[in-house]
Design a protein around this ligand. Structure first.
Ligand code: CTP
Ligand code: MG
Length: 400
């Protein structure tokens, strides 16, 4: 895993509306512009903007689809993404998103997924301006039409265009100001800027962009479809796009004694020894190696690929896990350089079977070098008390 800086900005992308005026038969954010949804296009603008936490607010039942769109767009920013369920009004949806903002975030942008083609530069302008002259900043475009005030069929007055601007999103706010304004809000406002202004705060403007128009009606959808350029495809994990350098990974695992049947450890069956408990066979040595290998490749961890939601791995032994891991590494362009694993346990005694364990583990990893050491902990800790075993593995991967 790479160490990413903690972002000071969060973008809440509200996508929980139903799209009544569009009438496309699906929630608006999930209507296609080309082969990709409105939401996915919106997110590609968000991820092209400066580093930020991204909270997507999705309609009930569409959270999984929203996450899929996000992960396919996020590239190496996947760790910054979360999805929450929206509410009955846009304001409720923003409030739901606000609850998911990380503690360290100082600036929150609220963005309509329906403004799918908003260029990244608009995000940059808003982020740069928050807190300079005002705690709230909104992008605006000039009003080009002549505006009249009407009552029924009659024109009452002309309105001076110079005094008007059309508000867009993302709207950016000092986080504490937005949080407090949302806590106080007791009526529905047309947008976040109105809510913050009603709480007594200044809101400043920056230049918006005509491409940030909101897709509201079928005509807007047609216009957006005419404007979309093909999206670049982000690699699912950028680390794996073209491995160039060797990479190391660390994995640890612990299992307690108390399972059913025979003990399985380091890929070997140990007749007469007490079994370990776990979803699979409790083989802490194999699991630590799998975690080290996946970590080195940036492919998540054992839970990502072999968790309890994969019933096919219940009771499986080391060889199954290691072979599958080797397959994942191969697909990502890696081969195993070597693995070093240490087991801490009072029992079983490894000295007589160490070479056997190394060769079983090595065979499951396509012949890669695996070295295993075993130690006791001088009677200390849970391993010293004989309650379970712990294993620690380091793996080196090299480009295939
Ligand atoms: N939105 C939301 N939760 C709601 C309502 C709206 O997250 N309960 C989001 C929409 O998904 C959209 C943005 O707020 O991205 C702007 O709202 P709007 O354009 O009005 O979208 P819809 O409410 O979906 O459309 P309509 O009003 O035509 O039903
Ligand atoms: Mg609406």
């Amino acid at each position: 895993m790479s160490i990413a800086p903690v972002p000071r900005v969060c973008v809440i992308v509200v996508a929980a509306g139903s799209g009544t005026r569009l009438g496309a038969g699906a929630p608006k954010a999930f209507v296609g512009l080309d082969e990709h949804t409105i939401l996915r296009h919106a997110l590609s603008g968000v991820f092209a903007a400066p580093l930020a936490q991204v909270v997507i607010v999705a309609p009930v039942g569409r959270e999984g689809a929203a996450l899929t769109d996000a992960l396919e767009t996020a590239g190496d920013r996947r760790d910054l993404v979360s999805v929450v369920t929206g509410g009955a009004t846009r304001q409720d949806s923003v409030a739901a998103g606000l609850h998911a903002v990380w503690p360290d975030v100082e600036v929150v942008l609220v963005h309509d997924a329906a403004r799918a083609l908003t260029p990244p530069a608009v995000f940059e302008r808003v982020i740069a301006a928050v807190g300079i002259d005002a705690p709230g900043v909104i992008p605006v475009t000039p009003v080009v039409d002549t505006i009249k005030r009407v009552a029924g069929a009659d024109v009452i007055a002309a309105v001076d265009r110079a005094e008007l601007a059309a508000a867009q999103t993302p709207q950016g706010f000092d986080r504490a100001v937005l949080d407090a304004a949302y806590r106080r809000a007791d009526q529905d406002f047309t947008d976040d800027a109105a809510l913050v202004a009603a709480a007594g705060h200044r809101v400043a403007v920056v230049e918006g962009d005509p491409r940030a128009f909101k897709i509201t009606t079928p005509a807007d959808l047609e216009r957006a479809r005419g404007l979309v350029a093909p999206l670049p495809v982000a690699p699912s994990v950028s680390l794996n796009a073209a491995p160039m350098m060797p990479r190391v990974g660390l994995g640890t695992d612990v299992h307690g004694f108390g399972g059913e049947g025979a003990l399985w450890l380091a890929g070997l069956e140990w007749p007469g020894e007490q079994a370990l408990s776990g979803h699979s066979d409790g083989d802490a040595v194999a699991h630590a190696i799998v975690d080290a290998l996946l970590a080195a490749a940036g492919l998540g961890d054992i839970g990502t690929h072999f968790g309890t939601d994969h019933p096919e791995y219940a009771g499986a032994h080391a060889e199954v896990f290691l072979r599958r891991t080797l397959g994942l590494l191969g697909e990502a362009g890696w081969r195993v350089g070597n693995v070093s694993v240490q087991v801490q346990a009072n029992r079983p005694r490894f000295s007589a079977r160490r070479a056997e364990a190394e060769s079983v583990l090595s065979a499951a990893l396509g012949g890669a070098s695996v070295s295993l050491s075993a130690t006791t902990t001088d009677g200390l800790g849970f391993t010293g008390r004989g309650e379970g075993v712990a294993a620690f593995a380091v793996a080196l991967l090299v480009p295939a």
